[in-house]
Write a protein that binds this ligand. Structure first.
Ligand code: NI
Length: 178
């Protein structure tokens, strides 16, 4: 098991649409274990495989929604699909692939998601509140969509300014390291 590097925007892999899992093999279990190790090392509620550079359709999430510490309890959803959704709710969101920016995103308040578990069994979960938000955020990743895509153009401009500032800072740090 190992902690892997989380890909950050604007890494083009984050725009790839993930492929469905077809075989429940050893590689799949290793991927899930590595993702759990990786998420354990950072504060976050969920992680999609594409975020560690593997564009296959699965994500893990902290079922206790604690985000850090020993109360975390990870579950995996493989080939997840939203089969129904209702309501609308605003809430603050962040992303491990965009660690320097958070903003308010409108999501469905309730979602029903179907998929598969680690053993290949069918899963059918109706989620609301923060869990519903996590599911929608992670399923967006599987489709190559990021939460910044769901912002108004004004907010997106704000995000881009922050991103450029961060890039300048990182470049300055790098050139100072001789
Ligand atoms: Ni994310």
């Amino acid at each position: 098991m190992s902690v892997l590097k989380i890909r950050e925007y604007p890494d083009p892999i984050l725009r790839q649409k993930s492929k469905p899992v077809e075989k429940w093999e050893k590689d799949l279990h290793k991927l899930i274990d590595d993702m759990m190790d990786t998420l354990n090392a950072v504060p976050g509620l969920g992680l999609t495989a594409v975020q560690i550079g593997v564009p296959v359709s699965l994500f893990i999430y902290d079922e206790n929604l604690s985000g850090e510490g020993p109360s975390r309890n990870y579950y995996v959803l493989i080939n997840p699909e939203i089969v129904s959704q209702e309501g609308e709710i605003k809430g603050e969101e962040g992303c491990l692939s965009i660690p320097y920016y958070r903003d308010t995103v409108v999501r469905s308040s309730v979602v029903r998601v179907k998929g598969f578990n680690r053993e290949g069994g069918g899963v059918d979960i109706t989620a609301e509140g923060l869990l519903a938000r996590v599911f929608q955020h992670e399923i967006d990743h599987i489709n190559g969509v990021l939460f910044i895509d769901r912002l108004s153009s004004l907010k997106r401009g704000l995000f881009l300014r922050k991103m450029r500032k961060r890039e300048r800072q990182l470049n300055a740090e790098f050139s100072g390291r001789v």
